[in-house]
Design a protein around this ligand. Structure first.
Ligand SMILES: C[S@@+](CC[C@H](N)C(=O)[O-])C[C@H]1O[C@@H](n2cnc3c(N)ncnc32)[C@H](O)[C@@H]1O
Length: 255
């Protein structure tokens, strides 16, 4: 039987490997990108509150994926608010509906939770950050927003491929515990669809916005059909339709 190599466990080797990783260009450039992102000042909460303020009269808001409500949900100003979260990341999970978004929308459709005629002014999708799930959440959400309302998505603009990894649990990448998942792919897929208008506020990890009627941005041809991160990275302004908060304000119509 071959002898197991012992060098892999030597502290000096571990130290050298760690130093090599920390000094690598991938690690260092990702750290710089993280600094840049956290320095951006507009928050998802400000953007959502702005979008809700466009409505004259009573407003209604739905948040999919809440975690600690003090980080966003509790600061949202709407007359009626509902929250959905199965409680994976925050034990207390003080939400209205303790379930996944799929279960929620199924029950919403069959009228067993709320009036199935309910329509929201803003639905904020911030649940499971994997493209297939986010795509389904968008499809469902579009059925339950008012014609002039908005679907808002967190984490649409991952600064590096490490932020856009599929596996949330693996933290030994240059992005550390920061994670945007593959939400960007679902958002981009909807950017290809001429039936919706879309843009992404370049702050707070990319706040994507979709609307059936508000003129916030025209769709684009499917230029990244394999959803390659490198292609997104080289064209992110055009492909995500990145705008700043002031530009967003100039695009939206009160209703
Ligand atoms: C990023 S956190 C939400 C953060 C919060 N929206 C905020 O702005 O601070 C993601 C949340 O989604 C929840 N989640 C995970 N899978 C989900 C699913 N399938 N449906 C709905 N929520 C889900 C997790 O339990 C977690 O609390």
């Amino acid at each position: 039987m071959p002898k197991k190599p012992t060098f892999a466990f030597k502290p000096l080797r571990k130290y050298k490997l760690g130093k090599k990783i920390l000094n690598s260009p991938h690690f260092q450039s990702t750290q710089a990108l993280i600094q840049q992102e956290v320095a951006k000042s507009t928050t998802r909460t400000e953007i959502i509150n702005y979008l809700l303020s466009l409505k004259e009269g009573k407003t209604s808001y739905l948040e999919i994926g809440v975690r600690n409500p003090n980080h966003n949900y509790n600061h949202i100003q709407a007359h009626t608010k509902y929250s959905v979260d199965p409680g994976i990341e925050f034990q207390e999970n003080p939400v209205d509906f303790v379930m996944t978004s799929d279960d929620f929308f199924e029950k919403l459709r069959n009228g067993s939770l709320l009036d199935d005629g309910i329509r929201f002014d803003v639905i904020f999708i911030d649940g499971l950050h994997l493209a297939e799930q986010v795509d389904r959440d968008i499809l469902n959400a579009l059925d339950f927003i008012h014609e002039q309302g908005f679907v808002v998505l967190h984490d649409c603009n991952p600064p590096s491929e490490w932020h856009a990894r599929e596996t949330f649990e693996y933290k030994f990448t240059p992005a550390g515990s920061w994670w945007n998942g593959t939400t960007w792919k679902a958002f981009l897929k909807w950017r290809f669809n001429p039936a919706v208008h879309s843009c992404c506020v370049d702050s707070d990890w990319g706040v994507g916005i979709l609307s059936k009627s508000q003129p916030i941005g025209t769709s684009m041809p499917p230029l990244n059909p394999f959803f390659e991160f490198g292609i997104l990275d080289a064209n992110r302004k055009a492909h995500l339709n990145l705008v700043d908060f002031e530009a967003l304000k100039s695009l939206c119509d009160p209703y």
